[in-house]
Design a binder for this molecule. Structure first.
Ligand code: FAD
Ligand code: NAP
Length: 550
């Protein structure tokens, strides 16, 4: 598959062998973590598998890639100067623009000198006698550290589909999450795309503009809304900038980490049919994933959800000329929002083009990938190029790709065999001094992730500062606190409709992965309050040791 390797030579000047903190990953999370810890005077080593900064936005270079939280909110808030000086040009920024922004941040705060690029962490071993971690890389570097922060990303372990013959295909193949750095030209080619989630629906309209013919292999139809993307006006940017401090604060205490999303108080069932039509139309025209926040119980009550789903289905059908095709593209057996709601630009309209065909692989399943294309139960599609838009081993994939153990023999992979277990999504019992940014059990992927990243980074750096100030060497989540948190996360999730879908939130896209709802559904604001109270109360539920406090 193209685009996967980053095996170019590495600059070892960045490597330090004995540090206070190792941070794994140089996306939004790893870079801010480095900045905060460095400001505290700590010695930090960041290790990144890619050849540069950016994380998600470094790897996902597929055509059409852009954010689906508005740019003015999907950005760091920690520096007033930074947010005033940067100018977003579109309502939803493109991948190149977001990557340019992250590069600007890395330059502005001089972050690259502490990042070792082209280096993949393979293991981390906690020595219980010294309270220190030994972090090892695939290429043989070994670094000793007191604290280890996994800023490895929730959606960074690309998942190719488990289809017979996947590697036999002799044409060009790509995974959206491992896209090549050089532009790919599909002009005149016969192209296949497998997958119609957020990545697929962004890729398909762009590839269709170039391809001679595009075959879209769809297993599950997707609920998607027109993003309503547009250029940002100078005046509106200035207005937001004037009120940025207030907007960012509202985002931090909101349920989703997005200040501009509504806070509904009404049930969908309290409104009349006519009122609902007006409300859904308003949200539809506004664009954005806030559609499922039109009423307070859309994600809780099947009957309420159905009102939103029904409206969305009618909208989808109005975008596709051929009614038979429209029906195939319409999701029927899933509650809207229980798989991540997508935002698109001309996705459904793309199927009105003569050079685009939908292959419904629910009725005619893919049997194998051959040297020349994709074979379904009723045809073989000969292709020049094949794009896998098949998603990620989400939330746990990147962390569990690292062999994390303690000298007493505890392994994280074994501990999480039946699903991830954490306290606050920040730490896991039995693994002292190991932090996770946006780990399972935190709002993470159900929020504006940059807001959640900032909250975690600030909590972790404050915690390390607290330990340092009190000359403590070790912090660990207690088993009781973890058990209670896991029960709380499950209890909240069980009350929602999320539990009914075969989504990546539940690990359902990875064969054999335990079916556990991984993110925290209680909301960003409520979660932040809990984390803050725990820290203010002297880190309740954590065992701190090594010196003055036990
Ligand atoms: P990442 O950006 O994933 O960075 C993690 C880094 O860790 C990667 O660079 C990876 O190479 C590195 N790494 C992992 N394992 C290792 C290892 N063993 N050794 C060395 N390095 C390692 N969220 C939103 O809120 N809004 C959006 O609009 C949005 N759009 C998205 C679009 C796409 C295409 C995708 C895939 C995700 C999107 N997300 C969005 C989620 C997005 O992942 C987060 O918003 C955010 O970018 C995550 O930052 P991060 O630093 O936590 O992780
Ligand atoms: P995804 O949502 O998991 O979608 C994967 C798609 O591939 C699904 O349509 C899935 O079908 C299909 N698929 C997987 N395995 C298959 C197989 N063996 N055979 C046939 N089809 C298969 O992955 P994604 O689109 O990469 O998105 C992941 C997440 O990243 C999103 O939910 C979002 O959080 C984030 N993201 C955001 C944006 C954005 O707009 N900002 C863009 C891209 C990604 P089934 O549904 O039937 O399993």
């Amino acid at each position: 598959m193209s685009g996967q390797s980053n095996g170019s030579s590495k600059d070892l000047t960045a490597l330090k062998s004995n540090v206070d903190v190792v941070v794994v990953g140089a996306g939004f999370a790893g870079l801010y973590m480095l900045h905060r810890l460095r400001c505290m005077g700590l010695c930090v080593q960041v290790i990144e598998a890619g050849s540069d900064v950016g994380g998600t936005w470094f790897w996902n270079r597929y055509p059409g890639a852009r954010c689906d939280v508005e740019s003015m909110e999907y950005s760091y808030s920690f520096s007033e100067d930074l947010q005033q000086e940067w100018n977003w040009t579109e309502r939803y920024a493109t991948q190149p623009e977001i990557l340019k922004y992250i590069n600007h941040v890395a330059d502005r705060f001089d972050l690259r000198r502490d990042v070792l690029f082209n280096t993949r962490v393979s293991s981390a071993l906690f020595d219980e006698a010294t309270s220190r971690w030994t972090v090892s890389t695939q290429s043989g570097e070994v670094i000793k550290t007191q604290f280890c922060v996994m800023a490895t990303g929730c959606l960074s372990a690309a998942k190719p589909p488990e289809i017979i013959g996947r590697d036999l295909f002799k044409g060009a193949s790509y995974h959206t999450g491992l896209w090549p750095h050089e532009p790919v030209d599909f002009t005149g080619k016969t192209v296949g795309v497998i997958g119609t989630g957020s990545s697929g629906i962004q890729t398909i309209p762009e590839v269709a503009k170039q391809a001679g013919h595009l075959f879209v292999f769809q297993r599950t139809p997707t609920f998607s809304l027109p993003a309503g993307n547009r250029a940002l006006k100078h005046t509106e940017v200035q207005e937001i900038k004037q009120n940025y401090v207030d907007l960012r604060q509202r985002a931090r205490v909101s349920p989703t980490g997005v200040a501009s999303y509504p806070l509904p108080t009404l049930s969908a069932l309290e409104a009349t049919l006519q009122e609902r039509e007006v409300a859904y139309e308003f949200r539809w025209q506004a664009g954005g994933t806030a559609y499922t926040r039109t009423y307070k119980d859309i994600m809780l009550v099947a009957e309420s959800n159905e009102t939103a789903a029904d409206f969305a289905r009618r909208k989808i059908q109005s975008r596709v000329s051929d009614p038979v095709l429209a029906e195939k593209l319409t999701p029927r057996d899933i509650h809207i929002g229980t798989k991540r709601l997508c935002l698109d630009t001309q996705y459904f309209e793309t199927f009105n083009r003569d050079n685009v065909s939908l292959v419904d692989i629910r009725s005619t399943p893919i049997q194998e990938i051959t040297e020349v294309g994709v074979k379904t139960s009723d045809a073989e599609y000969k292709l020049d190029a094949l794009i896998f838009a098949t998603g990620f081993d989400a939330m746990t994939g990147a962390i569990l790709n690292i062999d994390i153990r303690t000298t007493s023999g505890l392994s994280l992979a074994e501990k999480w065999r039946s699903g991830p277990l954490t306290y606050l999504g920040l730490m896991t019992a039995g693994f002292p001094n190991l932090f996770m940014v946006t780990g399972p059990g935190s709002p993470s992927v159900l929020s504006n992730v940059v807001v959640s990243i900032e909250q975690h980074v600030e909590w972790i750096s404050d915690c390390i500062q607290h330990l340092t100030k009190n000359s403590c060497t070790q912090i660990e989540a207690t088993q009781t606190a973890e058990n209670n948190w896991v029960a709380h996360v499950n209890q909240l999730a069980n009350a929602t409709l999320f539990m009914n879908a075969n989504s990546w939130y539940l690990g359902a896209n990875v064969p054999g992965k335990p079916r556990v709802f991984m993110p925290y559904v209680g909301g960003v604001g409520r979660y932040r309050e809990e984390c803050t109270a725990i820290a203010n109360n002297g880190y309740t539920g954590f065992q701190i040791s090594g010196s003055t406090k036990t």
